[in-house]
Design a protein around this ligand. Structure first.
Ligand SMILES: Nc1nc2c(ncn2[C@@H]2O[C@H](COP(=O)(O)OP(=O)(O)OP(=O)(O)O)[C@@H](O)[C@H]2O)c(=O)[nH]1
Ligand SMILES: [Mg+2]
Length: 207
């Protein structure tokens, strides 16, 4: 970290995309939030921004259905991706989401970091592994956050962290694996440090 502390000065909703095509036609860097439905992507965005309701959250999985772009400090975007693996949607809807996510990740030149979110209580599922593998193939740096840490006791946390630390050793794209709590804002400062450095970064040479 540099001497001056990184601060969120402003955050505003800009637009949504249903197709996955890059609809923000500018050169600003993007920090993406991706993960299974209900894992807490939108809650995490609100926690980092110190906003209660900017990104819509809820108990009903599938709350976020479009790719949402939020402009931060007038200089880079947070991108909230709809959650995959929501059981109650039809197969064709799931395929549509999968396609949208793939189009977005492979077509957007300004993504600097994916904040890939898992539930700390559960081992990654098939969809999680597929996402993490796709980011690895695209050589996009990813920070894995193990959300809902507040649901575990210290003993349980110790066990879960040792499980996760082994899981991602073979992925060079994984820059760190950290527990998080969107409710308690646990590790907020540390995640903001990563965001500061990646949001200021230049293009990734991966194509
Ligand atoms: N205890 C606890 N609950 C959380 C945490 N983060 C999110 N939640 C809860 O989990 C539920 C889902 O949160 P969302 O932020 O809407 O999840 P999402 O990943 O954006 O879900 P989709 O938009 O459906 O993909 C809500 O009821 C949140 O209050 C956390 O760190 N701890
Ligand atoms: Mg959401």
């Amino acid at each position: 970290m540099t001497g001056t502390e990184f601060r969120i000065l402003s955050s505003e909703f800009i637009t949504s995309s249903a197709s996955g095509k890059d609809i923000v036609d500018d050169d600003m860097n993007q920090i993406v939030f991706a993960g299974k439905s209900n894992v807490g992507k939108s809650s995490l965005i609100n926690s980092l921004l110190n906003r209660k309701k900017l990104a819509k959250t809820g108990n009903t999985p599938g709350k976020t259905r479009l790719i949402n772009f939020f402009l931060i400090n007038s200089s880079f975007y947070f991108v909230d991706i709809p959650g995959y693996g929501y059981a109650a949607v039809s197969r064709s809807e799931k395929q549509k989401w999968g396609k949208m996510i793939k189009i977005y990740f492979s077509g957007s030149k300004n993504i600097r970091l994916s904040i890939t979110i898992l539930d700390i209580r559960h081992d990654p599922g098939e969809h999680d592994i597929r996402l993490i593998g796709m980011l690895e193939e695209l050589k996009l740096p990813q920070l894995i956050l193990l959300n809902k840490k507040d649901k575990l006791s210290n003993n349980e946390l110790f066990v879960r962290l040792s499980v996760f630390s082994k899981l991602f050793k073979e992925y060079p794209s994984v820059v760190d694996v950290l527990p998080y709590s969107a409710v308690k804002h646990f590790n907020r400062e540390k995640v903001l440090e990563y965001i500061e450095s990646y949001a200021a970064g230049g293009p990734i040479d991966n194509r």
